[in-house]
Design a protein around this ligand. Structure first.
Ligand code: TYM
Length: 375
């Protein structure tokens, strides 16, 4: 975890203006290079927008995964969700990218719902509630277009019989002092949380166990999840005879308030996939921006796109066309574009996006059984 003076990044909290270069140095990950992007392009045919825009920006052992793939060894994908509430559009970033990788590399996906983690972490959350959100969130995952038969979604609680055996194998190698150093646990932390990282490490090895052959694993996620891989999964892998899991890390889509990532704990600053589209439009219209105090000042000095969540929303999800995005940036900086117009344009795009996502989400209800695995 990183807990510097200006920002905090842990699997449970992201606060302040994140300095991604500093994070890469502290976590010891690698920045994605042009050479690596070139190697990906050989297999995918194009460079996904998230790579082009450096939204996915860092990795561990991605070059090794490509070596294995080029040598004819298939890898599987692993990602997940802590079902503490409804999905917000920031969560969709790693899932949309994972879907792209599944399609381009023909990979299976194991998707973990950590209803145990959210129950243990949040004092007010009942187990029934977090297990309920597992199913609500699964609809959003399926709506991203994953392939049935190649995508396995599971709740930790409902798939416990399979997961537990591997979790104890992992737990035996992790001392309390390691867990404390990696995750910042305190004396008041409940013992469930202290054991939990072993459960999140299990899917890195699960297909290797189920298929009785060692399989490379690639984890797409935002960089907040890295401590699980660095501190637990990659540490125990060689001790248990498995490959170390590789990762590709994204940045955080910001909230609509100033600073920090989009977070479910501040509902006005997050756009949830279940928000009625008109409500989401209102949230966009009342967003913080990088605008100046008066129209005259905005015309004279231009806006501050770099610190503006509205601009970042275009950049992450809501303007795919590079020329259009460059125009928004240029018109903002030159003072030609005022925040009200810029927000109204984004609000329309968010409405259309949600309407389409909600249609796919509803039709996912009938497909749940094709994706969920249980003991
Ligand atoms: P959770 O539910 O906090 O987050 C789910 C996924 O969304 C990413 N994420 C974001 N990405 C972009 N912008 C944001 N604002 C943003 N907020 C969250 C997270 O990095 C994550 O990829 N313990 C995990 C669940 C889990 C998991 C995994 C996640 C279990 N196994 C393997 C990734 C990979 C959790 O609570 O995620």
């Amino acid at each position: 975890m990183s807990n510097s003076q200006d920002f905090t990044v842990t699997p449970w909290e992201v606060k302040g203006e994140v300095d991604y270069d500093k994070l890469v140095r502290e976590f010891g990950t690698q920045l994605l290079t042009e050479e690596l992007l070139g190697r990906i392009k050989k297999h995918t045919g194009d460079i996904h927008l998230f790579l082009r825009r450096k939204i996915f920006f860092s990795h561990r052992d991605l070059d090794w995964i490509l070596d294995r793939y080029e040598a004819g060894e298939k890898f599987f994908l692993y990602t997940g969700r802590g079902p503490s509430g409804h999905t917000h559009v920031g969560h969709l970033v790693p899932w949309i990218f994972t879907r792209h990788l599944q399609e381009k590399f023909g990979a299976e996906l194991y998707f973990q719902m950590t209803d145990d983690e959210k129950f243990l972490h949040d004092e007010k959350m009942s187990l029934k509630e977090s297990m309920g959100y597992t199913y609500e969130n699964a609809l959003d995952v399926i709506a991203c277009g994953f392939e049935p038969g190649k995508t396995f979604i599971f709740s930790d609680v409902e798939y416990g019989k399979t997961l537990y055996k591997m979790a104890v194998e992992i737990a035996k190698h992790i001392t309390y002092s390691t867990a404390k150093a990696v995750f910042g646990f305190e004396d008041s932390t409940n013992v469930g949380m202290i054991f939990f990282p072993c459960i999140q490490a299990v899917p890195c090895f699960l297909p290797s166990i189920l298929k009785s052959k060692n399989m490379p694993c690639l984890i797409p996620a935002a960089i907040d999840q890295d401590p699980y891989w660095r501190g637990i999964a990659r540490f125990v892998a060689p001790k248990l005879g498995f490959y170390k899991p590789a990762q590709i890390h994204s940045k955080f889509m910001p909230g609509l308030a100033r600073g920090g990532k989009m977070s479910a704990s501040d509902p006005k600053s997050a756009i949830f996939t279940v928000d009625p589209p008109e409500m989401a439009e209102e949230k966009v219209m009342s967003s913080y921006t990088g605008g100046r105090a008066t129209v005259a000042e905005q015309r004279r000095l231009g806006g501050q796109a770099e610190i503006c969540p509205v601009y970042h929303y275009y950049h992450f999800l809501f303007e795919e066309d590079e020329k259009e995005l460059a125009k928004i940036y240029h018109d903002c900086k030159s003072g030609a574009l005022l925040c009200g117009d810029c927000k109204a344009n984004l609000a329309g795009k968010v409405r259309r996006f949600l309407t389409e996502h909600q249609r796919k989400r509803e039709s996912a209800r009938k497909k749940l059984d094709k994706f969920i695995i249980r003991d």
